[in-house]
Design a protein around this ligand. Structure first.
Ligand SMILES: C[S@@+](CC[C@H](N)C(=O)[O-])C[C@H]1O[C@@H](n2cnc3c(N)ncnc32)[C@H](O)[C@@H]1O
Length: 354
């Protein structure tokens, strides 16, 4: 599976779209607002007169969350202007990045309404420039020293590829309690390689004093089978195994399906940032979100971010995909009533070392 070609959230605004099934991620963006405000305020106060502030949102996807992130940032800049009695906000250039198969068309179609809403709220719109940037954030995306701020929410747990050497992970689609130690190691090592590349490239692209705030779906502790990730992916693994027993999918097909994602712990994030060395850690913490905090159909939520991967591996068979998620829905209901579902988010605020 070529992840950079295949991976994207379900586009558009149909029932299974990411736009309609991303409440969990929306809650997470709102949770980090105070940290983001603080960082943006500092950046604003350090701008030279007339300087354009350049911000990148990496893994922006499409739908309301894409615009929620930008409007929060713009609002903070406007509030800073007001409190400094400045008549005019600096020009703001926002780069929205995602993989090439992301639904950028939906974003571009929504832009006029977004600008109009900003004007209605007296937050300008004229000095805002939005640019789409298609490409993997595990590669260089921007010229040297051009960005002031990088934001990324719920994207950096995606890997650049399914780790090599995990053929023995049969019947699991991720790191599960029955995965051999070699599989756990391969997943972690792929994560470390990818995150190091991410930090290395961003350190080249950020201007001196530039900052990043990254929110990553993680695990609660060093327990490699920590529940957070299991809540999301284990029901799908069970659904696929049931479909093998029923004869709807070949066993070998399920044995070779693995999700290219890794959910790191706070200590793993800290270790990799320190080891790579381009950034100092300003804030590093975990925040938990409970399923009771948002009303979302988890099977639909998981469908919105995994369907393209399933289609690429099992074929574009709508009946089969419907079957998988029909089973998932039943499994989620049982799974979540037995256990109190909690999602652990690792939030890290980083400042580029000079
Ligand atoms: C769960 S969505 C998060 C979207 C949005 N930031 C939010 O909080 O709702 C993760 C996004 O990261 C993107 N993504 C994953 N790997 C990527 C990569 N290597 N480069 C750029 N985007 C990537 C996916 O395509 C997807 O749109």
């Amino acid at each position: 599976m070529e992840v950079t070609k295949v991976l994207h959230m379900n586009g558009g605004i149909r029932n299974s779209s990411y736009a309609k099934n991303s409440l969990l991620q929306q809650k997470v963006i709102l949770m980090t607002k105070s940290i983001t405000n603080k960082v943006i305020s500092t950046l604003y106060n350090n701008l030279s007169p007339g300087e354009t502030i350049r911000i990148a949102d990496l893994g922006c996807s499409s739908g309301p969350n894409t615009f929620l992130t930008i409007s929060q940032l713009i609002q903070t800049i406007h509030e800073e202007c007001k409190s400094n009695s400045q008549q005019q906000s600096p020009e703001i250039h926002v780069f929205l990045n995602d993989l090439p198969s992301n639904d950028f068309n939906s974003i571009f179609r929504s832009l006029p309404t977004f600008y109009e809403d900003l004007r209605k709220q007296n937050m300008g719109g004229d000095g805002l420039f939005v640019t789409g940037v298609a490409g993997s954030f595990y590669t260089r995306l921007f010229p040297s020293k051009t960005l002031h701020f990088v934001h990324s929410s719920y994207s950096l747990h995606w890997l650049s590829q399914v780790p090599d050497g995990i053929e023995s992970n049969k019947g699991n689609i991720y790191v599960a309690s029955t995965s051999p130690p070699s599989v756990v190691k391969a997943y972690y090592e792929q994560y470390e390689r990818d995150f190091v590349n991410f930090l290395k490239y961003r350190s080249k692209e950020l201007a001196d004093g530039g900052c990043m705030i990254l929110t990553i779906l993680g695990k609660k502790n060093e327990d490699r089978f920590s529940k957070g990730a299991c809540y999301l992916l284990e029901p799908m693994a069970r659904a696929l195994r049931e479909l093998v027993v029923e004869g709807s999918i070949e066993e070998e097909k399920v044995y070779t399906f693995n999700i290219p994602a890794y959910y790191p712990s706070l200590r793993e994030v800290m270790y990799i940032v320190d080891k790579e060395g381009s950034f100092t850690i300003d804030i590093l913490k975990t925040c938990e979100l409970h399923k009771d905090d948002f009303d979302e159909n988890m099977a639909q939520c998981v469908r919105a971010f995994t369907e393209p991967l399933l289609v690429s591996h099992f074929g574009d068979n709508e009946i089969l995909i419907d079957q998988v998620f029909h089973k998932c829905r039943e499994i989620y209901v049982n799974f979540m009533t037995i256990e109190k579902t909690t999602f652990t988010n690792v939030i890290v605020s980083l400042i580029k070392r000079n």
